[in-house]
Design a protein around this ligand. Sequence first.
Ligand code: F6P
Length: 556
Amino acid sequence: MPASGTKVAKGNAAKPLTQLKAWKALKAQYKKVGAMHLRDLFAADPKRGKEMTVEAEGLFFDYSKNRVTDKTIELLIELAQESGLQSRIEAMFRGDKINVTEGRAVLHVALRAPKGARILVDGQNVVPEVHAVLDRMAAFCNRVRSGEWRGHTGKRIRNVINIGIGGSDLGPVMAYEALKHYSDRNLTFRFVSNVDDTDFAEAVHGLDPAETLFIVSSKTFTTLETITNAQSARAWLVKGFGGDEKAVAKHFVAVSTNADGVGKFGIDTANMFGFWDWVGGRYSMDSAIGLATMLAIGPENFRAMLDGFYQMDEHFRTAPFERNLPVLLGLMGLWNTDFLGAQTVAVLPYEQYLKRFPAYLQQLTMESNGKHVTIAGAEVDYETGPIYWGEPGTNGQHSFYQLIHQGTRLIPCDFIAFGHSLNPIGRHHDMLLANVFAQSEALAFGKTKKQVKAEGTPEWLAPHRVFEGNRPSNTILAERLTPEVLGKLVALYEHSVFTQGTIWQINSFDQWGVELGKVLAQRIIPELESKEEPKLKHDSSTNNLIRRYRKLKRGK
Ligand code: F6P
């Protein structure tokens, strides 16, 4: 781990992406290989399926079913080099303020750095602080899990409710679901994110306040949804204790960077777990935001997860690009997006515990790379972040896969599967894995008209039964889903987002696009709540909708 300075890395004065030598060469390459079929690429090289793979840190990555040749890979790697990826990686790990629009370092990698590491932000080594918070989290989790921490009336905590949204929710929910197998089943975990009252009502349904602990998770502690839900939680709890405000102390803890806000809300800052402005919300599941995760799986498993992150960080920082998993994953996505014109990526885990992984990746990828100007402020003239979505297999196969196989759009897929089930039952796992391999095979190779006709299909039906194939996919395989492997998997995607953002010359670490809606909502709230008919100054549609809602509310 390199020691650091705290340079502010202003927009690189790099050449525009489309002027780079490797980009131009890739455009020319696309003309040659873009139309080639995966059937031909595989036929031309029997070793392709073995050679276009990388194994690192226990993850096996097969990218052979992408529409690329060795030359394409070589050029993509040149593009990464020409884009200064290595020096950007070093700048991130060193703690340079690469998030220039917010003037911040980007140091989620410090959250999983080992105790002895040194990473400086504004001249201060942040690693000891990280470990101090981890130790406090561990002590707290041990107290709750052992029953030493009791509720206001002395009852043991049985229910934990995380209140947060975006990065303060998606990471904790995803990790809880992913690692449920390792969790303490005597504790019930629920997650409230939406300001929709139903989300809160359902989360507390049937629970005894005397056995319930709320974790209010918010980096800023100003987010409308979270603060509103936290206030409702407080009211629900106090009511449950017959109006006794003192109960709050034993039933609320906070995770935030904003100690003032936490104090003002009424949570003792002794029960607050901090993190830092250099941790982006969508990169925070391994900070104190992971308190619910640690409560569920215990400190030891949480540390194993951090170790998994760290191993992938080190791999990303040190491995040559041609054997670097996050770099290759990022480059495949970039090729599919910018050269093949794909608009989306389907993430398809063949592991039920990863059911929230696609939702988690949506924020990680789309909030990071959903940008239309470069760091220097220039409009891009190429596509940036694609749309991420997905569902676990095999369920997706009986739903949307039809469009992936035979629709008019090109949808690259990331398949994720494991060598072992965590709950082996008879032949289930072989069947599951047979499906994942069958899907990527069918997508790549399809079924020709000749094959269809040879099966005796009548001429009129044949076009419906032809599979064009040539649909690209990646397959990621690991031994089994453990906390450590989850850490590696998340870090793999984090760094592939970084790889792409660097080449696209965008800032993957701000999210100004979500601000306008927030500001407008604040303006509209009083217009919905005022007793008098408000003077509306929106466009005619918004005015009309507001009036219609006010009428609905009044029951007229
Ligand atoms: O609105 C987007 C966002 O700022 C995310 O980036 C963040 O993860 C989420 O809101 C929640 O923010 P906070 O943790 O400050 O409540």
